[in-house]
Design a protein around this ligand. Structure first.
Ligand SMILES: *Cc1c(COP(=O)(O)O)cnc(C)c1O
Length: 362
């Protein structure tokens, strides 16, 4: 079965010697490899203000804490995402306030977000779902007008672009994940890119119990308790090797995605997702809307191709019962959207098979 997601690991002869060296180096905790990874990742995304963390979830949690999000506060978010986007808001004690999506893209609708803003709104959480980029022209306006900070959950969208630049410097916080199935994996890991370098000072402390690494341990005084959220030298080393292939790997996703954009346009029963002005997706998952989705999925499966909606809408979980509200566009989107394989493991032969299968009809 052609899978929807698959971890890319750099070639053995490049990866294994580096892992072996760091494992026996005598220093496997957070150290030089982590700082080097931050530097190199920063170069890739075009923002030097990067902190590496243990996971994308840790990244989101740290930035919510930096904004002092807690009980009594509201964070406007989307149900169209993976669970950690919203469970992380829930663990702070804040209320998740759902805004509706654009039924053409499944991404948060700026108009709906505006309607949900109250004096309790502490942040707007944007998810560039499946690698498609939110309507940033409008969201930037909202943030400028209201002063409410935007957190970009970029777990699906490493390499996606806004205004021709890789996402990483647009909002106050951009959070990445290097979990197993994301475009780049370090086995597990994450990063935060900051617009304001001064936000990095408290973030560094929150990443390490509340301690300040610049001050000797015995002289440290914890004023605000933090977490154990740092990256270690072993996963950072994996990340450094992975980074040397990232451009090429992302290129494969993008090539396949653009190809589908062209050839699936005219296929009956399919509606492609439009992309907002000044945005370019990274095609982590290729997303389309199909009529008779069950039949479509069956057709694909019969030909050895996995097709699936993949994500369960977050607002249906019991933990968010107090956030429930009508989201008619989400209902509409959720009935018809589906993903097809698009990543680095899809070469010309697989791509043709996928296209020919779809063209048979269902
Ligand atoms: C994977 C993911 C995360 C969290 O990443 P982890 O590194 O697994 O903690 C957050 N948001 C979204 C949308 C994700 O897909």
């Amino acid at each position: 079965m052609l899978p929807l997601v698959k971890p890319y690991i750099a070639p053995r002869n490049e990866m294994i010697p580096k892992i072996e060296k760091i494992l026996y180096s005598g220093y496997i905790a957070e150290g030089e490899a982590v700082y080097k990874f931050e530097e190199e990742f920063g170069k890739f995304i075009g923002n030097p203000n990067v902190l590496a963390v243990q996971s994308g979830t840790a990244a989101l949690h740290i930035v919510l804490l930096l904004l002092d999000v807690g009980p009594g506060d509201e964070v406007i978010s989307t149900p169209m995402t993976a669970e950690p986007t919203n469970t992380t808001i829930a663990v702070t004690g804040a209320k998740v306030v759902w805004a509706d999506v654009d039924p053409n893209t499944g991404l948060l609708d700026p108009k709906s977000v505006r309607e949900r803003i109250t004096e309790r709104t502490k942040a707007i959480m944007l998810v560039h779902y499946a690698g498609m980029v939110c309507n940033m022209d409008e969201f930037n306006k909202i943030s400028e007008e209201t002063g409410i900070p935007i957190i970009e959950d970029t777990a699906h969208a490493l390499g996606s672009k806004y205004q021709n630049k890789i996402i990483g410097m647009n909002s106050r916080f951009t959070c990445y994940s290097f979990q197993a199935i994301k475009q780049m994996t370090t086995v597990d890991g994450g990063a935060i890119a900051f617009k304001n370098p001064e936000d990095m000072i408290p973030a560094r402390k929150l990443r390490w119990f509340g301690l300040d690494k610049k001050i000797p341990r015995l002289e440290n005084d914890i004023k605000r308790a933090g977490y154990k959220y740092g990256m270690n030298n072993v996963t950072a080393t994996i990340g450094l090797v992975q980074l040397t292939h990232l451009h090429e790997v992302l290129g494969k996703y993008s090539f396949n995605g653009k190809y589908y954009d062209k050839v699936l346009r005219e296929v009956p029963g399919i509606t492609l997702t439009p992309y907002y002005d000044h945005t370019e997706p990274s095609y982590w998952l290729y997303t389309l809307k199909v009529q008779n989705r069950d039949a479509f999925i069956r057709l694909m499966e019969d030909h050895g191709i996995l097709a699936s909606p993949l994500h369960h809408r977050s607002d249906s979980h019991s933990v968010f019962i107090n956030s429930r509200c009508e989201l008619p566009n989400m209902d509409e989107w959720y009935k018809n959207y589906v993903h097809i394989p698009c990543g680095w493991w899809i070469g010309e032969e697989e791509r043709e098979k996928i296209i020919q299968t779809i063209k048979k009809g269902w």
